[in-house]
Write a protein that binds this ligand. Structure first.
Ligand code: SAH
Length: 367
């Protein structure tokens, strides 16, 4: 692994220098590419604790001790793409494919509403069966039935025209992780048909249309360097999204990356803390992947500055088939039905679940 090679800064960044960088990040909300690289590569447990303390303070200042919830509806695992890391990639012949009907999606929302969810996230592979007309119909119906809820889409790269139609039909938010900013690194994770620049263009389109946008990346994805993560931070700064979803890369046994090492809890938490300092008001989920690599991953995420969780609202019979990576959580406290027990976990560390749309305070107006 990269970290075992000796880099000058491995020994070069003293604790005092690290703290000074964190202080300046908090104050100016930005660092240079070289500083990001040094801080990420030179991190230590002591520096991480220092960072998390700062991150929690900022998080509590803006969002109190509330944890926002989103009901995740994984409505199709058919996908025309072939991302090397993803378990529902087109070439995975062992994936058991499913798609929910319009009525099933609407029942998920009904159930979610009763449980207390006021945001529904429709996530899926890039499945052309859900044409623009079909999607628009589903979005309009959710909008009509749940006027007080936010509708979030996470269905990949589409034309600006489709994004616009969905927005006009009532979708408010869109999640599209940029995955990695660097074009060369991106090309090592995806087939030639996909590019970093096109994915980024989609994000700018979504923003321009008026969506509250979420982006993000995998931590510890194959071949990722500290420089790549530095570039990801600079991109986040430039895009200034309302939400940033990050989680560790976790291998899936039926993908080309089956034998690649997983990203670590430690680095993911450190990146969460850095993002909270750089974008104080951003929505920051403690993701399912984080809960998957460590039993207390979500709580640790909250304690590093996260303020959102996205429990699974999909019908129980399809949940295990939306397998992006091995052992992906979908039961226990990851299930939407277990909101009470999830809330108890958060109360044990001084936080609690809020029943609200949970809009981002990170709007365009600079403060
Ligand atoms: N098709 C949609 C939704 C993608 S799935 C889209 O293109 O946006 C949601 C996220 O899961 C992806 O953006 C990716 O960052 C993450 N993911 C996929 N495979 C993963 C893996 N093996 N480990 C960790 N995260 C993974």
């Amino acid at each position: 692994m990269m970290r075992h090679h000796v880099h000058p800064k491995d020994r070069g960044l003293s604790e005092a220098e690290g703290k000074a960088l964190i202080d300046r990040l908090e104050e100016t909300r930005s660092l240079s590419r070289g500083e990001w690289t040094d801080l990420i590569r030179g991190r230590t447990p002591a520096l991480a604790e220092y960072l998390f303390g700062r991150a929690r303070k900022i998080r509590v200042r803006h969002y109190g001790t509330e944890v926002y919830i989103r009901g995740l509806i994984e409505f199709t695992n058919y996908c025309r793409n072939d991302c090397y890391y993803c378990g529902i990639r087109k070439s995975n012949k062992n994936a058991v494919r499913y798609r929910l009907t319009r009525d099933q999606i609407l029942s998920c929302c009904e159930k979610g509403y009763r449980l207390g969810f006021r945001t529904f996230v429709l996530q899926g592979g890039e499945d052309r069966w859900f044409t623009e007309d079909r999607m628009t119909g589903i979005i309009s119906e959710i909008r009509r039935r749940f006027p007080d809820c936010a509708i979030t889409l996470s269905i990949g790269e589409l034309s600006r025209g489709s994004y616009r139609r969905f927005f006009e039909a009532g979708a408010d938010r869109y999640l599209l992780r940029h995955e990695t900013y660097d074009g060369v690194h991106y090309a090592r994770l995806h087939p030639e048909t996909l590019s970093a620049s096109h994915r980024q263009k989609c994000l700018w389109d979504l923003k321009e249309i008026g969506y509250q946008v979420g982006t993000g990346f995998m931590v510890g994805s194959p071949y990722q360097t500290a420089e790549n993560l530095a570039d990801d931070m600079l991109f986040l700064k430039e895009l200034n999204p309302q939400m940033v979803g990050i989680g560790p890369f976790i291998p899936h046994h039926d993908t080309p990356f089956a034998h690649m090492p997983a990203g670590t809890l430690e680095l993911t938490l450190f990146m969460l803390g850095l993002i909270r300092l750089m974008l104080p008001k951003v929505l920051l989920p403690a993701t399912t992947a984080l809960g998957t690599i460590a039993e207390d991953g979500r709580e640790r995420g909250i304690l590093a500055g996260a303020n959102v969780v996205m429990p699974n609202l999909s019908p129980t019979e399809v949940r295990e088939n939306y397998l992006l990576y091995d052992n992906k959580l979908c039961t226990g406290d990851e299930a939407a039905e277990s909101l009470k027990s999830l809330d108890q976990r958060f109360r044990a560390i001084g936080y609690h679940i809020a029943i609200s749309r949970g809009d981002s305070l990170n709007q365009e107006i600079p403060d």
